[in-house]
Design a protein. Structure first.
Length: 495
């Protein structure tokens, strides 16, 4: 009972942060949600900190990954297997936060609490890019996509910098709660305000470029779970949306992932004939064993394609299928896919487009690399139909806002049932289609004449990873040690 009582602040923090995400969308809770956790981590030893972090992580990841149960159940027709995978997500994902708790406690006891926000960001970077298990889901800053004016600092350091910024305010509140003096808190508060000011300043900077008209197709057909009339409905939707693009003299027509098929032939087939009067891009499977998820472009005279480089674990491939017996039950719709070897942009009638296929839209580095290769417009093509009825599509859509802000580039997103939208380089949603409807979304966007200056994205990620290493070796480095009973930042014990 005593152990459970000591872990309740971690569970409370997890619940507060979860409430910032869909469906509650109490976004500003990300600034205060970690406070109970951080206060708890300022006390006790390493074992307690490890357990506290694990408790936070288990509750948080179970809440974040609840959509997995319904998804796996539909694929495998096994409720038991679906529950097992969901619980496994919570069990394994919690260890990231156990590591955070252990390291944050070390820093607090070693008199280096300023490292704690960087450690949080470092854990996010680590779990976003760990080979084989990379899954940047539920990052602390995600819910702030509703308020683009305060997230512009991500242009300089990606979403991970904004997550560190959110953790910084929770740390300031934790200091206040344990009775730290303003003299100790002031540098942290100054850093918080400077990051906010930099965001507001960048948001006030006007976006310039040339005018471009884009039609973004949302077929309004559930492409994940086909019905007998699906082909007819897709053909009708393509013809209606193409008609809109032609009659509005669009410079580009965008359709979602899986809209065509190039598994056995090139060029790919589409639900209805392509009208050469409007340039088009869309997603399609390419090849058979190996099979790739790709984006194709056609400008009326030539075809081009780019393969998806980041695949969804348990969604597009199953690691360990050959040596873990029960994993053979995962029958993926298209079989296991193969990641592309090269990230490419697509030149469509003089506009360099950086495609991101569904899950790729969650990775800042993919969008940054597209920007570095000269992309002037980012295009996310997606099928979110697997997750409709859960909060997952909202989170997937939010990532498009982050990618636009991080690169300073306009972005269009096409999804079969939604979310379909157009976003400017500051993260403002220019236009958005209603979910589930057949829509040819008309968007007037400003495309930069030249690619944006490549932001210094890798720098902050590297800094946060270095912070993890420093926190790990902290006990062996010279510092002003603090007794556990002395409080979080090495205050002298009262004699």
């Amino acid at each position: 009972m005593r152990r459970f009582v000591s872990l309740w602040p971690a569970a409370l923090s997890a619940i507060l942060v979860l409430a910032a995400f869909p469906p509650s969308n109490l976004s500003l809770l990300v600034f205060v949600g970690l406070t109970p956790l951080l206060v708890a981590l300022m006390k006790g030893g390493s074992k307690r900190a490890l357990a506290t972090g694990y408790m936070f992580g288990f509750v948080y990841m179970m809440g974040q990954m609840i959509f997995v149960e319904g998804l796996v159940s539909k694929w495998t027709s096994s409720l038991g297997l679906a529950l097992l995978v969901w619980i496994l997500c919570g069990f394994l994902g919690a260890w990231y936060f156990a590591l955070f708790g252990w390291l944050a406690n070390r820093c607090s006891r070693n008199g280096w609490p300023w490292l704690i926000p960087l450690i949080w960001a470092g854990i996010e970077v680590f779990r976003s890019y760990i080979p084989g298990l990379a899954f940047p889901w539920g990052l602390l800053a995600d819910p702030l996509w509703f308020i683009p004016s305060i997230i512009q600092s991500s242009y300089f350091g990606s979403i991970y910098l904004v997550s560190a910024w959110c953790a910084l305010l929770s740390l300031i509140l934790a200091f206040w709660y344990v009775g730290e003096s303003w003299r100790k808190i002031r540098p942290y508060a100054t850093a918080f305000c400077l990051i906010l000011i930099s965001s507001l300043f960048r948001f006030s900077t006007p976006l310039t470029g040339r005018h471009m008209t884009v039609t973004i197709g949302q077929p309004g057909v559930n492409m994940a779970f086909p019905t007998p009339d699906m082909a007819e409905r897709m053909s009708d939707a393509m013809q209606r949306i193409t008609w809109i693009a032609v009659n509005t003299k669009s410079d580009l027509l965008v359709f979602p992932e899986g809209f065509g098929d190039a598994s056995t032939q090139m060029p790919p087939t589409t639900p209805a004939p392509i009208d050469p009067r409007v340039p088009i891009i869309f997603g399609a499977e390419r090849g058979t064993k190996p099979t790739y998820q790709s984006v194709f472009s056609y400008d009326g005279s030539k075809w081009n394609y780019a393969d998806k480089t980041r695949l969804v674990i348990f969604g597009e491939y199953v690691p360990g299928r050959d040596w873990i017996p029960f994993l053979s039950a995962f029958q993926l719709p298209s079989g296991d896919l193969t990641p592309g070897k090269e990230l490419k942009t697509l030149d469509v009638k003089g506009t360099n487009i950086g495609p991101l296929v569904c899950f790729e839209g969650m990775f800042p580095d993919v969008a940054y690399r597209q920007a570095a290769q000269g992309a002037q417009l980012l295009a996310v093509v997606s099928i979110d139909d697997w997750y409709m009825g859960t909060s997952a599509p909202d989170q997937l859509a939010s990532e498009s806002v982050w990618r636009a802000v991080e690169t300073g580039l306009p972005l269009v997103r096409s999804a079969s049932l939604g979310h379909t939208m157009a976003i400017d380089g500051h993260g403002n949603i220019i236009s958005e289609a209603h979910l589930g409807q057949t829509v040819g979304l008309h968007a007037e966007i400003e495309v930069p004449d030249k690619p944006s200056p490549f932001p210094l994205y890798p720098v902050f990620s590297l800094v946060s990873l270095v912070a993890l290493f420093v926190a790990f070796i902290a006990p062996w480095l010279p510092s002003k040690k603090a007794s556990i009973s002395d409080g979080p930042v090495g205050k002298k014990r009262q004699k």
